[in-house]
Write a protein that binds this ligand. Structure first.
Ligand code: SF4
Length: 708
């Protein structure tokens, strides 16, 4: 038998057909009808069925009575009764802001929706944030500041239409392989198409580019501003578009006046050819009839991630290259359903259907839709703030779902201390072996890929109905169902009997229908979609309002933007660089990123032997000159130290890395390191608008490890 679903890894959102016998998953193949991939899968997606194994699954609820005790198996009733009582006790004694949910872009939209509704609509706090905060919240903030709404305007089809593709802060060859195949196809079909890659490393993606700009980490804004400077000098700005459809260009034009290619080349560390290369990039962009950008974590995971995105979007707006085929700014999400989470407002500062928590009318609309008196005004704690508050004892009970903060958060030792200090930690998880498991007082077994039904939205705004192929093992349950049962129990303890009405769903489908209704009249209106429509018509892009025959491939084709006056905004960006500067003690710029064949913390991909064929152990990639200077040889063990911690890794000479820089993949955790992960080195400073931390950069020292 075959069941339609999507790949649960990256934000490309490829369609898969799960092969199974009703009890076991036996294979997987790309769905030839899915518009994201047309049957193709990358190495990770093609080996998904090998991850569907029982050995590392959490099968039963487990509870410990007191810190230090071992957890023991309990019934679902005892587990959720205990959780409800502990949360109710904290809420009564310390108020609703003393509890929090930390959820995940791996969840389905329906799961996200009920978590959000529970915290903001029933408990009365906005303390629900997600690991998507670490992934794309800067892109969200950049879209909202410039275009007026969190809505990526492009489609994957645009790769085949564009004449110039500017890839910044992303390595889609590894991180979004099937999207990159489409880019390669476009280049093969039209060799005169220009590909520009901005990346400190000469990645596989950069190696295929017509022009690689290996800038120093954190200098992207200077590069984009210098490109705008050239566009102005060369008369390549679309003055009519700027005049009729935008605001704020004069201030930005003034700002970039002195940021010439020569100035930017110096700041960006591009060497003697740098100014010419910047000029070339700007001319290619400006002279191409159709140009688009593509960005990812390299821009987002920065203390100025929002302005990184805004400065890149400004290139599209200044040249009027938006809303047309092959044009526009396009951010990719890292996770499979980060977009779905954004749609339901699953971040501490957002509300359902792209509404803003800070807007009293939006809060009133959501309260009316949910049938509650109000939605609290006070913004919730974002990921870094949440664990900081827990470290200080202000968060007493935390519910984590489908994510592994004890590996993925920056400044990891502090996060682990915070988890250890928290009075009550619930972990809703499919796997029983992540770094966060030891901190859990209550473990709740969750169904995962192939075992649950719902919807996901990929990076091009395309919603897919994913289906359950086999039953979940043991007593594992669908995430939405766990949340709803907990909500009803909690409601009866905190004097909110309306929980029964609010969370009485018979399945995920009515949750989707309710979510769709919240979008009515909004920029992402999906009132025309239902599971039945998605099943008969296939995956659809939003908006898809009631009565529509199809979703929309591109946004802003009419030049109107979802701002109060219909005009897009230019933002004058900061000139800041990285939060940490290299110095004599910590002279190397460490960047982090993905491997081709691993995913996040490896709880899935780490089980598949063939996925180690590409890279088989944790290593730090260094330039040969830097290794020589330190007496380090290829394969030596080295001690890597930042201001926050240290790890031991094997050194690997890499031609991708410039002198003065280093690279470690983000995936390796306690399975491969003498610590919980690479993030013992990273820092928790974050962007002031998006609150996304600078996971992409830290300064480190590296020395040969003299291990006993
Ligand atoms: Fe899965 Fe992404 Fe690979 Fe597609 S490109 S198969 S979504 S990991």
């Amino acid at each position: 038998m075959e069941t339609k679903a999507t790949c649960p890894y990256c934000g490309v959102g490829c369609g898969v057909l799960i092969e199974h016998d009703g009890a076991r998953i036996t294979g997987v193949r790309g769905d030839p009808d899915h518009p994201a991939n047309f049957g193709r899968l990358c190495t990770k997606g093609a080996t998904l069925h090998f991850t569907a194994r029982r050995e590392t699954r959490l099968l039963y609820p487990e509870l410990r009575k007191a810190k230090g005790d071992a957890r023991r198996r309990v019934s679902w009733d005892e587990a959720l009764d205990t959780a409800a009582q502990r949360f109710a006790d904290v809420i009564e004694e310390h108020g609703p802001d003393a509890v929090a949910f930390y959820i995940s872009g791996q969840l389905l939209t329906e799961d996200y929706y009920v978590f959000n509704k529970l915290m903001k609509g029933l408990i009365g706090s906005n303390n629900v944030d997600t690991n998507s905060r670490l992934c794309m919240s800067s892109a969200v903030a950049a879209y909202k500041q410039t275009l007026g709404a969190d809505a990526p305007p492009c489609s994957y089809e645009d790769f085949a239409e564009t004449d110039c593709l500017l890839i910044a802060g992303g390595n889609p060859s590894y991180a979004h392989p099937i999207a990159f195949r489409r880019i390669e196809d476009a280049k093969a079909a039209r060799p005169d198409m220009k590909i520009i890659v901005v990346d400190p490393r000469r990645t596989d993606t950069a190696a295929t580019a017509d022009l690689h700009l290996p800038i120093l980490p954190g200098t992207d804004i200077w590069l984009f501003n210098a490109m705008l400077n050239v566009l102005l000098w060369e008369g390549l700005v679309d003055n009519a578009f700027v005049r009729e459809h935008t605001e704020g260009f004069d201030a930005l034009r003034e700002h970039v006046r002195e940021i010439t290619p020569a100035v930017a080349a110096e700041v960006c560390g591009l060497g003697p050819k740098g100014a010419d290369d910047i000029r070339t990039a700007a001319l290619w962009w400006g002279q191409s009839p159709r140009a688009m950008s593509l960005w990812c974590q390299g821009l987002n995971q920065s203390t100025h991630g929002t302005h990184n995105g805004a400065a890149l979007i400004a290139l599209s707006l200044a040249t009027g290259k938006i809303g047309k085929p092959g044009c526009g700014p396009f951010s990719m999400t890292g996770q499979p359903n980060a977009m779905g989470g954004r749609e339901v407002g699953g971040l501490a500062n957002l509300l359902s259907a792209h509404r803003d928590l800070a807007n009293p009318e939006h809060r009133a609309e959501v309260a009316r839709l949910w049938g509650v008196a109000d939605v609290p005004e006070k913004p919730g704690l974002t990921a870094v703030e949440l664990f900081d508050a827990m470290h200080e004892g202000r968060i007493k009970a935390l519910w984590i779902a489908c994510t592994n903060p004890a590996q993925s958060m920056p400044e990891l030792e502090r996060v682990r201390e915070a988890l250890a200090r928290c009075d009550f930690v619930v972990l809703q998880e499919a796997y029983g072996n992540t770094e966060t498991v030891p901190f859990a007082d209550l473990m709740l077994p969750a169904a995962t890929w192939g075992e649950k039904e719902g919807t996901v939205t990929n990076s091009e705004r395309r919603i897919t109905h994913v289906n359950r192929a086999i039953p979940a093992p043991g007593e594992a349950r669908a995430d939405w169902a766990i949340v709803c049962d907990f909500a009803r129990k909690l409601g009866s303890l905190i004097g909110k009997p309306e929980a029964g009405r609010m969370f009485g769903y018979a399945g995920p489908e009515p949750i989707f229908a309710e979510h769709a209704e919240t979008t009515r009249g909004r920029d992402l209106d999906i009132t025309g979609l239902s599971y039945a429509v998605l099943d008969t018509e296939g995956p659809q892009q939003w908006p898809f309002p009631e009565g529509a025959a199809a979703g929309r491939k591109r946004l802003y084709a009419d030049g109107r933007f979802p701002t109060a006056d219909g005009r897009a905004r230019f933002v004058v960006p900061t000139g800041k660089l990285t939060a940490e500067r290299a110095d004599a003690r910590y002279p190397l710029h460490l960047t982090t990123g993905r491997l081709r064949d691993q995913w996040h913390g490896m709880s899935r991909t780490g089980k598949v032997a063939r996925l180690y064929n590409h890279v088989d152990e944790a290593r730090i990639e260094l330039n040969a000159d830097d290794m020589h200077l330190r007496g380090i040889h290829d394969g030596d063990l080295v001690r890597v130290r930042s201001r926050r911690g240290e790890i031991v890794l094997r050194a690997a000479a890499s031609g991708e890395i410039r002198s003065g820089q280093a690279f470690v993949a983000m995936h390796w955790g306690s399975n491969a390191l003498n610590s919980a992960g690479i993030n013992v080195l990273t820092l928790r400073e974050f962007d002031p608008y998006s609150k996304q931390p600078e996971l992409k950069h830290a300064t480190v020292q590296v020395e040969k490890a003299n291990l006993p």
